[in-house]
Design a protein around this ligand. Structure first.
Ligand SMILES: [Zn+2]
Length: 115
């Protein structure tokens, strides 16, 4: 007597993977140095007297002038560019703002090159 049992199993699984979806590019908006935005390091050394007329006062030498954070930086760094240098600015602060201005100009150059 012979009995044959044959259990055949066949499984066909088809794996259908969807193509990886492109991840959405995250766009970061850099903060702008507007009159109301006081995150700029320049505001550590100057105060805004009047936002409307953009009148500011240098805390280091008490000089009042019209300008924004950009001009304050140049005043503190003593670049003589559009604004007179700060007579009382300590060398370490002068150096700090020179580095900041240098970095801004580098960024500006890259932006022009890249476009
Ligand atoms: Zn000053």
């Amino acid at each position: 007597m012979a009995s044959t049992s044959n259990v055949g199993a066949s499984s066909a699984a088809t794996v259908n993977e969807a193509p990886p979806s492109a991840s959405a590019a995250r766009v970061r908006v850099p903060p702008k140095n507007s009159a109301g935005n006081k995150t700029d390091p320049a505001w550590e050394y100057a105060t805004s007297i009047d936002i409307k007329t953009r009148k500011v006062k240098c805390k280091v030498c008490d000089w009042e002038f019209t300008g924004n954070a950009f001009r304050i930086k140049h005043h503190l760094a003593g670049t003589n560019s559009n604004v007179r240098p700060c007579p009382n600015c300590p060398p370490e602060i002068r150096k700090k703002f020179l580095v900041i201005i240098d970095g801004l100009q580098e960024k500006e150059k890259e932006r022009v090159k890249g476009s």
